[in-house]
Design a protein around this ligand. Structure first.
Ligand SMILES: Cc1ncc(COP(=O)(O)O)c(C=O)c1O
Length: 338
């Protein structure tokens, strides 16, 4: 058995994300790889262990255990030994070679103890996603990863479309401006007018759609994208808006908790597309072997809050389906509050 960089190995078999979730869940739970992946020496392609290879790649490990031929050898390699946490590599000196690095080389975002809410029974910690540089929200991660994912798959595009009520739009407009790509954002009528001005200053085209952000709204954007030969990223159905949280948001938080000996009992978060809570749910329920509770908070239908930019929460049909698919591994608790 040898441990070699995962980048040296290819696989001709591709899996859909839902086909990999069981393997990902069991890897997170056991933290151990017990069978090496069999690789052809000449072509460096996987002969056996395709699913394990794909799951390890999805989890972002840097190295994999391989063997060149079938063997009975029992191994016990931990994810940590394979560079599982190396995705989270903050710049020590805080010098960044371009503005995009300011996003992913600055992770993890701070975790701060809220002393006024803590007492001798429990401590409350807040994850400050507002430290992300573009939209000052968790949505920078999604904007970055959807574009990165499309580029890494070789998808050709020079125009991006996205339905958004704010933060994803700001993230995409900023990142597109850095990469020199045009972006058109479709914003529901209910959002305050200043959003348009802000998005336009960053360089996006903005189209107001006289609907709230519903499934029909998304279908229309998809139709317009096809007509205009644009790439519709669609955060509501794009797997990159789950994978970025699995690979970076969850892993970063896990590392912060581990390094500071914090034992979480509950993680609470709000859901829009459900991207981050479903990934956190899959990750923490398996990593912490069900000794943790995940609470996803969703506002009541039609509720509008002055501090929030949109009503993407009316996107219920779709995000609930996806939430169910991903969270079947995580026995989360969903809470509705009006
Ligand atoms: C600031 C902020 N936090 C959280 C969310 C919800 O996150 P998610 O789409 O991962 O459910 C959104 C938007 O939906 C948001 O703008």
């Amino acid at each position: 058995m040898e441990i070699i960089p995962i980048s040296r190995v290819k696989s001709i078999i591709e899996f859909r994300l839902d086909q990999l979730l069981d393997t990902i869940a069991s890897l997170l739970r056991s933290n151990i790889i017990s069978i090496p992946i069999i690789v052809d020496k000449k072509s460096m392609t996987v002969i056996s262990g395709h699913k394990l290879y794909a799951a390890l790649k999805t989890l972002g490990v840097k190295r994999i255990p391989i063997t060149w031929e079938e063997s009975e050898e029992e191994i016990k390699i931990t994810l940590d030994e394979l560079g599982f946490y190396e995705d989270i590599k903050p710049s020590k000196t805080r010098v960044f070679k371009n503005t995009l690095e300011l996003l992913y080389l600055n992770w993890p975002t701070p975790l701060v103890k809220l002393t006024s809410l803590s007492n001798n029974k429990f401590n409350v910690w807040a994850k400050l996603e507002s430290y992300n540089p573009f939209s000052n929200s968790i949505k920078d991660r999604v904007g970055w990863y959807m574009i990165k994912d499309a580029l890494s798959k070789g998808v050709k595009f020079d125009l991006l479309y996205e339905a958004t009520s704010g933060n994803t739009g700001v993230a995409l407009a900023s990142i597109s401006a850095i990469l020199g790509v045009k972006v058109k954002l479709f914003v529901p009528q209910v959002i305050q007018k200043v959003t348009d001005t802000y998005l336009k200053i960053i360089g996006a085209d903005v189209v107001r759609v006289s609907k709230s952000l519903t499934v029909e709204f998304l279908d229309e954007v998809e139709t317009w994208a096809k007509r205009d030969k644009a790439l519709n990223l669609n955060q509501f159905e794009n797997n990159a808006n789950f994978l970025v949280h699995l690979r970076y948001t969850a892993k970063g938080l896990d590392l912060q908790l581990k390094d500071n000996n914090i034992k979480p009992s509950i993680i609470i978060g709000g859901i829009g597309t459900s991207g981050h809570m479903s990934a956190l749910s899959l990750y923490f329920k398996n990593r912490y072997r069900d000794k943790i509770q995940l609470v996803a908070v969703q506002p009541s239908e039609g509720e509008k809050r002055s501090h929030q930019r949109g009503d993407q929460y009316s996107q219920e049909g779709r995000n609930t389906n996806r939430f169910k698919l991903w969270s079947r591994y995580s026995s989360h608790k969903e809470t509705r509050k009006s």
